[in-house]
Design a protein around this ligand. Structure first.
Ligand SMILES: NC(=O)c1ccc[n+]([C@@H]2O[C@H](COP(=O)([O-])OP(=O)(O)OC[C@H]3O[C@@H](n4cnc5c(N)ncnc54)[C@H](O)[C@@H]3O)[C@@H](O)[C@H]2O)c1
Length: 254
């Protein structure tokens, strides 16, 4: 099984924190030149600096994935710096403000959709323009267990994450015969700063209820998501495309 990324270039969005940071680190440790993008400039530049100090090739870029022009520039800078794009993990995402459907606001709907769904579409669009020229590449989009089931007061988040699966399957069909694979990952309950924010905003009970429904009885680690992202971007998964893979301690079995 070959999961080396020597001489490969990987791009990760939302790489300043949590799952994105763990995936960027894993790509770098597997030999890739890695581009870390995030709208939080300080965190992404410091993460890229840290990887560079450890001897890896890393570039930090400030990018808001909901901004089409910024995403175009992010891919252009990647190719200018490293010459190509082999792997992309479209990971940046946010939670919705908890509200039942009758009370949710249009502003929050638009915010969540613009990042979690249009952000993924923006990224795929410009990544695929480059990969199409190369005739090769692999993309992993970050959905969620929320892309597979409903969630009370989380309709917008779940709708966006369901949408990511539709974008993934459609693009996978378009490029399957052209050397480009596109898959999605559906993380379950993973302990990251996003989970910290949920606790801080009074959702500790909801998190505990979810944890009780995890057959493995524990939170996942960001590195366990990174392992699947690297597998899906590597030659080890060369016959896998258009799939959504759950990494959730068995949650979705119920
Ligand atoms: N942690 C979990 O349990 C879990 C479960 C399922 C899915 N996910 C998904 O995994 C992804 C990463 O989540 P996380 O837990 O690491 O969260 P996190 O909050 O730790 O990290 C998200 C990162 O995305 C960045 N970001 C947010 N909006 C952005 C934008 N518009 N442009 C660029 N960067 C932006 C943030 O600055 C942050 O660095 C998200 O898409 C999330 O929905 C997480």
């Amino acid at each position: 099984m070959n999961i080396s990324f020597e001489n490969k270039v990987a791009l990760v969005t939302g790489a300043g924190s949590g799952l994105g940071l763990a995936a960027a680190r894993a790509f770098a440790q597997s030999g890739a030149a890695v581009v870390l993008a995030d709208w939080d400039e300080a965190s992404v530049l410091s993460a890229a600096d840290q990887l560079a100090k450890e001897g890896h090739s890393a570039l930090g870029i400030r990018c808001d994935v909901s901004d089409e022009a910024a995403v175009k520039e992010m891919v252009e800078r990647t190719v200018e710096r490293f010459g190509r794009l082999d792997a992309a993990y479209n990971n940046a995402g946010v939670q919705n403000v908890l509200a039942e459907t009758a009370d949710a606001t249009r502003e929050d709907f638009d915010r969540v959709m613009s990042i979690n769904l249009r952000g993924v579409w923006n990224c795929m669009k410009f990544e695929l323009q480059q990969m199409r020229k190369q005739g090769s590449g692999s993309i992993v989009n970050c959905s969620s267990l929320g892309g597979l089931v409903g969630g009370a007061e989380r309709g917008t988040y779940h709708a966006a994450k369901h949408g990511v699966l539709g974008l993934t399957k459609s693009a996978a069909l378009e490029y399957a015969a052209r050397g480009i694979r596109i898959n999605a990952i559906c993380p379950g309950l993973i302990w990251t700063p996003m989970a910290d924010q949920m606790v801080a905003s009074g959702q500790a009970d909801a998190l505990n209820a979810l944890l009780n429904a995890v057959p493995m009885g524990r939170y996942g680690r960001p590195e366990e998501i990174a392992d699947m992202v690297l597998f899906l971007c590597s030659e080890a998964s060369s016959y896998v495309s258009g799939q959504s893979i759950s990494v959730d301690g068995g949650f979705i079995m119920r």
